[in-house]
Write a protein that binds this ligand. Structure first.
Ligand code: AMP
Length: 425
């Protein structure tokens, strides 16, 4: 029988790596709290039509990447992204009825059947947020600036910020027609996929990685010529606010992103290219002013983003001290196990991380494991110590050792750990 393995593109995150994940997640949660966002948790499984209607029927995600299945007559999908579920929850719970502005953040697994490569997986984690009830552009600039600060906090200081405006529905429709007319003249030069997109979703051709498509769109009309005055002013103010905040950015008129729900502001941040290669888009987001209404809710504008957690962990330079415990309690024989269990429990009651070794192994083996776990102190219980009601305290950092009455051990260990590396009296 062959051994079972994880599903292709889906990864285990083992405890040796989790410290770096925690650092990134904690930095994110801290940033979100500073900006007034509160955490929301929505299901991993949603009705399939939710994504078809919001992400868009002719997007890559909906056309080829969703894990969809039927269960007891219901069409269900493992969520490929977080915004649609958040917007669904917002409408379902009539959140608009109780607060005019809503700021939610989330973290969780997403699923897309993409071709796995570095930084691209089939189950991956996103950190994201939604800011509903504010039409921007102030909120948009603040979100972009917030994300630059967050990336800085996890050590990504070279992030490149790309911004664009897709305009509202009216601008989009005019541009779509102009682009389709232009590309129709070059139909034969386009990839097969893009020939099909010409009638379904011509904007997606701008995003194509196929060199034939990239060549064909080189002379295509620009999106910004088709923006309405109101859209143009929205985008001008966004840039003005970013300038006032001192946030560097580049306008990329070709930035479209792979989801249909965006309106007006669109942005992406790339960074740590040396570590991530081509998959260096750390996060992306934009405005989705019509989604809430399209889902049967009120006319509430919104903006949001999502960041790939694996990519942030790869990009981040935070160092994590891989220590799993502080105090290691080492009885040298079966007779000491009971005393060791009590010591361990009492240490933990004082907030000290403690590990009790009840395996009955040799002193050498126990100290090796204490070091491997990153313990600072070992408490050794040999026959002599047991008989004397004492314990031997070995400071593994300072390389000192002393014998203490057992009833003082918890206090001395707690004091020593609290006081850094100072000696006990
Ligand atoms: P999107 O939801 O497509 O706007 O993507 C937002 C961010 O999620 C991207 O910038 C990536 O960092 C991350 N991401 C998207 N798809 C994947 C994937 N298949 N594997 C890992 N990260 C992903």
């Amino acid at each position: 029988m062959t051994n079972l393995r994880a599903v292709k593109g889906m990864n285990d995150v083992l405890p040796a790596e989790i410290g770096r994940w925690h650092r990134v997640e904690e930095a994110f949660a801290r940033t979100m709290t500073l900006y007034g966002y509160r955490e929301v948790r929505t299901p991993l499984v949603e009705p399939t039509p939710l994504f078809v209607r919001t992400v868009g029927e002719t997007t890559d995600i909906v056309e080829k990447e969703m894990y969809s299945f039927e269960h007891r007559g219901e069409a269900l999908t493992l969520r490929p992204e977080g915004t649609a579920g958040a917007a669904r929850a917002y409408v379902e719970h009539n959140v608009h009825g109780v607060e005019p502005v809503t700021k939610w953040w989330y973290r969780g697994a997403m699923f897309r059947a993409e071709r796995p490569q570095r930084g691209r997986y089939r189950q991956f984690y996103q950190l994201g947020a939604e800011h509903l009830g504010d039409p921007g552009p102030g909120a948009d600039a603040e979100m972009i600036d917030m994300l630059v600060s967050f990336l800085g906090a996890i050590g990504v200081r070279d992030a490149r910020v790309l911004v664009n405006s897709l305009g509202s529905g009216e601008s989009r429709a005019a541009y779509r027609a102009a682009l389709a007319a232009y590309l129709e003249g070059k139909r034969g030069a386009l990839s097969e996929d893009s020939q099909r997109r010409l009638s379904t979703n011509p904007l997606r051709i701008l995003d194509s990685k196929d060199p034939r498509d990239q060549e064909a769109v080189r002379g295509a009309p620009g999106l910004h010529e088709h923006l309405t005055d109101a859209d143009r002013e929205h985008f001008r103010l966004l840039r003005a606010h970013l300038d006032e905040l001192g946030t560097p950015y580049t306008v990329d008129e070709r930035l479209v992103r792979g989801l249909d729900y965006y309106t007006r502001t669109l942005f992406e941040m790339k960074g740590a290219t040396d570590k991530l290669g081509a998959g260096d888009t750390l996060l992306g987001g934009g405005r989705y002013d019509t989604m809430v209404r399209d889902l049967g809710g009120p006319d509430v504008p919104a903006i949001g983003f999502a960041a790939g957690l694996e990519r942030l962990v790869i990009a981040s330079d935070v160092e994590v001290r891989a220590s799993a415990t502080d105090a290691y309690v080492a009885p040298l024989g079966a007779a000491g196990v009971g005393v060791a269990l009590v010591l361990g429990r009492d240490l933990r009651r004082q907030g000290v991380r403690a590990e009790v070794d009840a395996r009955g192994s040799s002193l050498k083996a126990q100290l090796r494991r204490a070091n491997a776990l990153g313990a600072r102190i070992a408490l050794i219980l040999g026959d002599e110590e047991l008989a004397a009601g004492a314990v031997q305290l070995k400071d593994l950092d300072a390389r000192t050792q002393e014998t203490l009455p057992r009833e003082q051990a918890v206090r001395v260990v707690a004091d020593r750990l609290r006081g850094g590396r100072v000696e006990s009296t």
